[in-house]
Design a protein around this ligand. Sequence first.
Ligand code: SF4
Length: 120
Amino acid sequence: MWVEDWTPRAACKSASPDQLFVRGAEQNKAKQVCQGCPVRTECLAEALDNQIEWGVWGGMTERERRALLRRRPNASWRQVLETARTQTPGQPRAAREALGRGGAGRRRADRGARERRGDR
Ligand code: SF4
């Protein structure tokens, strides 16, 4: 079930905003607070649908979200993520698979592409 009023249930609600709105590689550390967050999918959909550029949302860094937006620029992310959740219980994994980030094979392919482009 989609949680409309998701912010009161956020795992980060007592965290300092400075903890999630960090820059660069610090975001990979910051997003650990999102693991196990009960409204991670809602949070991610909010950030993607509103093209929020800064900070960690839904367990994803700015860079990770930009990659999704490039891949599916006209998507309704709420619809994508909500559909994935209803079709497959165990929502964070279902959401990752809907986004094409389903596992180690995908991560290896992403890393190979980054290395070919010269990214870190
Ligand atoms: S997913 Fe992360 S940023 Fe979003 S509400 Fe949960 S803890 Fe906060």
